[in-house]
Design a binder for this molecule. Sequence first.
Ligand SMILES: NC(=O)c1ccc[n+]([C@@H]2O[C@H](COP(=O)([O-])OP(=O)(O)OC[C@H]3O[C@@H](n4cnc5c(N)ncnc54)[C@H](OP(=O)(O)O)[C@@H]3O)[C@@H](O)[C@H]2O)c1
Length: 326
Amino acid sequence: MRLYKMSESGQQELVEEPIPAPGTGQVLVRVHASSLNARDLFMLDGRYPVPPGRVPLSDAAGVIEAVGPEVTRFADGDRVVNSFHATWYGGPQRKPGPAYHTDIDGWLTEYRLIDQQGLVAIPEHLDFTEAATLPCAAVTAWSAVQGAGPGDTVLVQGSGGVSLFALQLARAAGARVIATTSSEKKVARLRELGASDVINYVDTPDWSAEVRKLTDGRGADVIVEVGGAGTIAQSVAAVAYRGTISLVGHLAYDTTGMNLLDFSYSGATLRAIGGGSRSDLEDMNRVIAAHKIRPVIDRVFPFEEALDAASYLGNGAHFGKVVITH
Ligand SMILES: NC(=O)c1ccc[n+]([C@@H]2O[C@H](COP(=O)([O-])OP(=O)(O)OC[C@H]3O[C@@H](n4cnc5c(N)ncnc54)[C@H](OP(=O)(O)O)[C@@H]3O)[C@@H](O)[C@H]2O)c1
């Protein structure tokens, strides 16, 4: 089988290894697709330390090709997707577990052995490229929009992987969605996905005032904060009284953050999001299946061009997910 590994000199190398056989409780997955997330870029180019020999990427979908003794969750031929957190199955997570790509081998490989507990079934209407986008971005969005429903307004920042899933999941929950973007070209596509209003955050740096205008002064009940320190002050100004800011990302960490007094007056909750559990993935998949939600895929690259896929994602022109087929 072919797989990518971090070399001693900090480069990704495509290598060949024998296909392993599953042990007790393990399954062998023939990986059909993987997807890239913002976090992978830091690890692929060495900005975040990854030990030599580590296989990259956290998200993949494929087919069970062999099962080991005592496997009860799956059988040969089942279509599966991995949970982002390999050992967080449900309930409150008391401490961070091992993460793919950094602490344990990831999914940029043609085959992978995994404990049966780390996988869930793929919603029937999704193909492998679509399913491979679910573990990180979609589950994070799912966690970020929890609590939003009919009568609520959700604000999503930009058109990255997490934000588009948040838009789709919030719409499925019956909430109104306001989106921001830096690109006029993406406005129509955000509206097609169900955003009632789109604000250009470059032309309108004080976008919180626009959110207030669009909500009759109330503000957004849930804000999916992907900018971090560079956007949080606007989010505090845009959040509804006693609303929620779900802190997901740090794409704009070049400024000083927020004024704590302003935050106190907002009465809002700042909720740090860290993906979600296997049970969150299963709950989300039920909603994705019921609403026939299709992940937005910007571009698919072949396995041999995985590093080009990462450069493409890094350029930031994408709308939705960048996927690799294996
Ligand atoms: N906490 C967690 O569990 C978790 C999980 C997944 C991701 N994350 C983090 O969340 C962030 C987003 O991840 P992603 O995978 O969705 O990234 P992504 O797909 O690379 O998102 C890039 C998009 O974000 C938008 N953006 C960039 N700067 C912005 C700003 N200042 N204001 C508003 N939008 C901005 C841009 O949209 P436009 O082109 O439309 O302007 C850009 O195209 C990253 O920081 C990532 O590390 C955290």
